[in-house]
Structures are given as structure tokens and as C-alpha cells.
Ligand binder design. Structure first.
Ligand SMILES: *Cc1c(COP(=O)(O)O)cnc(C)c1O
Length: 399
């Protein structure tokens, strides 16, 4: 048996581009870190980032926030979600998504998933029929994009307002249209483990003038919204400015300075992720006993992580597999753990939501699903070592 060891760190991101570091140093030397600390007519780094991201997304407006969780909360509030409303959401997502919904006082209605890890469109269509359901937060979890044509049909047929969580689909497309441009708002993360890295941060995009005006005021604009440049006419703010509370969730110029050169490189970075993803996917698909779902050709994903399932395997076998991979340096996450560990996303651990539904498919699929980060610091040769270790380990366990 081979004993090759993998020694690289699965959480090691690339450095911030030199241009971002230089710009951040200038911002620090100026002392003007707060986004509204600009001279008359001057555009700060945060405003520029918003303009550039709106343009990247082909959207009219953008708001930079302190996190994607904050952006989702503000998007829901600004779209009009009220306490007691019902918000549909796929059950396979990350904790900040149900958290943002809970924060509005709305009730989450979890929707099942299918074998390729995307939302169950039949369960969605069924649950969307209820008269009291008007909102839908779709999380493109781990970058898996479902059939957006059917999503939009279901939304239209049932008068649902869609908000997209694009934490893992920044730079991705469905059938030629950017992920995050389907719903009334799209929310993105710039937290270290997503597609651009400012430590923490979020971006909200929309074409809806009233939604963005509300969102800007909610984010904590202190009546300084004129200093935003990816915003509608000042008149839109007039009737809202004393009606919309401040939730202090702004981004600052330092983070925006780090992000602007990353945005300029984003499409190149997405291609680099996919080189690694496609290499890993090809290799994983050749390992007997592993299931890697096929992806729809209409989906242009960003492969910053990869998932596969050990269908039919017991909890004990999966634990053994994960432990042996880990012993050789390959760190895999598992969504089937009964106790929440690290970034685990099992909906059963969101007990604060009260009565949790029984979603047999979500439970069954997550129980055997493994998840691996693909940092850009890994080379294709690194991917080969990882594949070898996974293949060896599977063989040991299955024989
Ligand atoms: C990371 C993540 C978020 C939230 O991002 P933060 O910026 O950390 O709030 C939302 N949804 C998914 C699926 C995520 O992975």
C-alpha cells in the first residue's frame, strides 16, 4: 500500500494581490477607513467597489456590507419580509442563511434536496402553492445551480419573490445569465473562504430602486447615502429616510481596497478553480464506490469546492474513510455528522427554528456526502496526490 502523504493546508488561500495590498496601505496611511470619510465629490474605495461589482453583474445597483449574512438579512428586510411571513429555503445550506431569515422574524419553510445536491423542484412547487408563502431564499449551496428556468416558472406561477444566496456562485452562470441576477436581489460573500477575500464582507445587487434605497439606509448610511454611486436618484430616498432603521452593516474602505483588484481578476481565478475542479471530478468519477453527480451543461459553475457521495455506506464506514483520509493529510468535511462540527450544514442542528420538518431525502443525501475545499494554492499535481489517497482509502474500506 502506498503511504504518500498530502501536506498542504486545505484552508490556505492565495495572498491578496499586490495592488490590493498597496491600495490598502494608502487607505491606512490616509486614516480614512470609514466609507463615508471622503472629500466632497470624491469616490471612496467602497463606492468604487460597488460600481464595479454592479457593472460586473450587469445590475444597476450594489451595496457593500459587513458580511453576506448581513446582506441577506438586509435584502429580505428591504424586499418587505415581515415577522411571521413564510420564507422558503433549501434545507442544504450554511447556517447564516436560516439565521438571516430568523433575524427578520419570518418563519423558514425548508425544502428538500435531490441527488445532485440542488433543491427538489417538485417539493418546492408543492410548498410554493400555500397561500401564505410569498418569499423564497434560494441558496446555491457549494456552487450547485439548479434549473433556474424552472425556478423562475415556479416563482411566477406562485407569486414568489426570489432572493439568491450566491456565496458560492460569484462568477457562475446559468444558461448564459449570471447567478445572482435572477432574483429581486443577489447576495455574495467576500469572507476568506469564498471567491474574493476581504476577511469578512458581503455584496448585494439588485435592479430595484426602492429595495436598494432601503438597503443602503438599513446598512447604516447616516443620511449620507448621496455618497453612494451605485444607487438610484436621491428622490427615491426621500420618503424612506426616516422610515428605515439603521442596522449598521457597512463595509469599510480597507476591505474594498483589498477587493477591487480581486474583482478585476475574478474570471481568471474562476477558470483556475475549474481547472482543478475538472481534474478532480474526472479522477473521482473513476473511483468505484464514489458517486459524483453529473452537472447540467447549462451550468457554468465555479469549482471552489467539490462534493461526492459514498452511497450505501454506513456511518461507521464513512467515519473510517474520513479518518484514514485525514491521517494522510486529506481533509474532507462530512455533512452527516450528528453533532455540528466546523462548517457543518445539517438542518437538524438549527433547533432554534422550532419544529423541524422531516426531510428524508436531505437527511439521506447529507448522511453520505463528503465535501472538499479546493484552494487555489493547490496545483494539479496536488490534486493527483489527493485522488490517489482517496482511491487507496476507498479500496481499503471496501475490501
Ligand atoms: C459563507 C456562506 C454564507 C454567508 O457568508 P458570510 O459572509 O460568512 O456571512 C451564506 N451562504 C453560504 C452557502 C455560505 O457558504
Amino acid at each position: 500500500m502506498s503511504t504518500t502523504q498530502f501536506t498542504k493546508d486545505f484552508t490556505q488561500q492565495e495572498p491578496i494581490p499586490e495592488a490590493g495590498i498597496q491600495r490598502a496601505l494608502e487607505v491606512m496611511k490616509s486614516g480614512k477607513l470609514h466609507r463615508y470619510n471622503v472629500a466632497a465629490g470624491e469616490k471612496g474605495e467602497t463606492a468604487l467597489l460597488e460600481e464595479e461589482f454592479a457593472s460586473y453583474m450587469g445590475k444597476k445597483y450594489c451595496l457593500a456590507c459587513s458580511s453576506c449574512g448581513a446582506a441577506m438579512y438586509i435584502a429580505l428586510k428591504s424586499a418587505g419580509v415581515k415577522p411571521g411571513d413564510k420564507v422558503l429555503c433549501n434545507a442544504y445550506t450554511l447556517a447564516p442563511v436560516p439565521g438571516a431569515i430568523e433575524n427578520t422574524g419570518a418563519k423558514i419553510v425548508l425544502v428538500d434536496i435531490v441527488e445532485d445536491y440542488t433543491i427538489d423542484l417538485d417539493d418546492l412547487a408543492q410548498k410554493a402553492k400555500a397561500d401564505d408563502v410569498r418569499w423564497f431564499m434560494l441558496s446555491h449551496m457549494r456552487g450547485h445551480i439548479t434549473d433556474m428556468d424552472r425556478i423562475m416558472e415556479i416563482c411566477e406561477a406562485n407569486n414568489l419573490t426570489l432572493i439568491e444566496d450566491c456565496a458560492h456562485t460569484m462568477g457562475a452562470f446559468w444558461d448564459g445569465k449570471k447567478s445572482g441576477s435572477f432574483g429581486i436581489a443577489g447576495c455574495f460573500s467576500t469572507q476568506t473562504y469564498k471567491h474574493m477575500n476581504s476577511g469578512e464582507g458581503g455584496l448585494l445587487v439588485t435592479d430595484d430602486a426602492e429595495l436598494i434605497a432601503r438597503a443602503i439606509i438599513h446598512s447604516g448610511s447616516y443620511m449620507l447615502y448621496e455618497r453612494h454611486t451605485a444607487r438610484p436618484d436621491m428622490a427615491v430616498f426621500e420618503s424612506l429616510k426616516t422610515q428605515v432603521p439603521n442596522y449598521s452593516s457597512r463595509m469599510d474602505n480597507l476591505r474594498a481596497a483589498l477587493l477591487r483588484p480581486q474583482l478585476a481578476d475574478l474570471d481568471t481565478q474562476c477558470r483556475r478553480w475549474n481547472d482543478r475542479y475538472d481534474h478532480l471530478e474526472r479522477g473521482l468519477k473513476q473511483i468505484p464506490g464514489l458517486f459524483v453527480p453529473d452537472r447540467d451543461p447549462r451550468e457554468v459553475y465555479v469549482g471552489s469546492s467539490i462534493q461526492f457521495s459514498l452511497n450505501g455506506r454506513s456511518e461507521a464506514e464513512i467515519r473510517l474513510f474520513l479518518d484514514r483520509c485525514m491521517a494522510r493529510g486529506v481533509e474532507l468535511k462530512w455533512f452527516g455528522n450528528k453533532e455540528p462540527v466546523g462548517f457543518t450544514s445539517a438542518y437538524e442542528s438549527w433547533k432554534y427554528l422550532g419544529d423541524l420538518p422531516d426531510l428524508p431525502n436531505t437527511k439521506r443525501i447529507l448522511a453520505v456526502m463528503c465535501d472538499m475545499r479546493i484552494p487555489l494554492t493547490f496545483t494539479l499535481e496536488d490534486c493527483d496526490v489527493i485522488l490517489e489517497i482517496i482511491a487507496d482509502t476507498i479500496k481499503e474500506i471496501l475490501t
